[in-house]
Design a protein around this ligand. Structure first.
Ligand code: HMG
Ligand code: MG
Length: 298
């Protein structure tokens, strides 16, 4: 059944900016995060604590967290691939972290330089430390439909990794269509398999829009009862280890659709568009959201 209320996880400041070729000014990141919070977003992925040689745009995440004007009720989170990343994130004052695994071996190797099984082992001490610190841990599974290195991915692989992450103590698994190749038929097949074994409340949807399918896939996920949707303002984004992967589902497009479906989400569309236009201008490009384009005067 379609949920009456949806939690939007805004990943623009992390997934959106991590792949940018030109350096992004610290103040632009802060203005983006604050603009998103001002628009009503309550879950904002604000950075990641990974090797800065691999993802230079996220190198300043500690400084970003230190300088945030925290708004009450907003959860500011970060990606942490291992214990070292978690310790840095904790010191920076994150409210929540996310570990990230993949449903394909090829992507796991390229993205985090280890096998899927090794990545799960790396998360074990993160879970222990997070539990001791009272920090909730979310998880991602990448390449839930297709992998740029291994091709099509079997849903049973996604289910196995998802279960392993939930067994580790992650409160939710976000299903990442990293390369954006999924069609609604793929998404249905995936969710038929996953929901045979995992409660819908422990799943989130994370679609990239490379093939223009993100909103259609999100609608399928909503139809299956998934009530947490990841998106990125202005359709920013891409993954440095998935060539050709473009931005995430644009938050403006998601909000517009949810408005039309009378699904509550708490976000002010005008303020959101303003935040998306500001960061797009800072990056020297047009806002990639169709809704933002339609609603922004020439
Ligand atoms: P590694 O090479 O396996 O680690 O990297 P290592 O333990 O062998 O250490 C190698 C170097 O990394 C050492 O530095 C460590 O100190 C350093 P060196 O001696 O060479 O100077 N190191 C770290 N530095 C900073 N922070 C850390 C850290 N850990 C070790 N936490 C690692 C393992 C995961 C760190 C590396 O592979 C990495 O940083 N990868 C980047 C992964 C990434 O950020 N990918 C993009 C995000 S995932 C994504 O976008 C998908 C998602 O959106 C969902 C979807 O769409 O599918 C979530
Ligand atoms: Mg992503």
């Amino acid at each position: 059944m379609i949920p009456k209320q949806v939690k939007i996880v805004e990943v623009g400041p992390r997934d959106g900016l991590q792949n940018e070729a030109t350096p992004i000014h610290h103040d632009d990141k802060l203005a983006l995060i604050d603009g998103l919070a001002d628009a009503g977003l309550r879950a904002i992925e604000a950075g990641s604590f990974v090797n800065p040689k691999w993802v230079p745009q996220m190198a300043g995440s500690g400084d970003v967290f230190a300088a945030l004007q925290r708004r009450p009720g907003v959860v500011y989170s970060a990606l942490t691939p291992n214990l070292r990343g978690f310790e840095q994130a904790l010191a920076a004052g994150v409210d929540e972290v996310a570990v990230f695994a993949a449903a394909s071996e090829g992507f796991s190797r390229k993205n985090i330089n280890c096998s899927v099984a090794e990545s799960l082992q790396r998360f074990e001490p993160v879970m222990v430390a997070a539990s001791a610190a009272g920090v909730p841990v979310r998880a991602y599974v990448s390449c839930v439909i297709a992998c740029p290195y291994d091709g099509r991915i079997d849903a049973s692989n996604v289910l196995n990794v998802t279960r392993a992450l939930l067994d580790l103590g992650c409160y939710e698994v976000s299903l990442g269509d990293t390369v954006g190749q999924a069609t609604p038929a793929d998404t249905r097949r995936l969710l038929d398999t996953l929901l045979s074994a995992v409660p819908v409340g422990q799943l989130a949807a994370h679609f990239h829009d490379t093939y223009g399918q993100a909103l259609a896939n999100t609608l399928v996920a909503l139809d299956y009862g998934i009530a947490t949707i990841d998106s990125s303002v202005a359709g920013l984004g891409g993954c440095p280890y998935a060539r050709g992967a473009s931005g995430n589902l644009a938050t403006e497009d998601l909000v517009y659709m949810l408005n039309g479906m009378d699904i509550e989400h708490g976000v002010n569309l005008d303020k959101l568009i303003a935040a998306g236009n500001r960061i797009s201008a800072a990056l020297g490009r047009r806002n990639q959201s169709k809704v933002a384009q339609a609603l922004t005067p020439p």
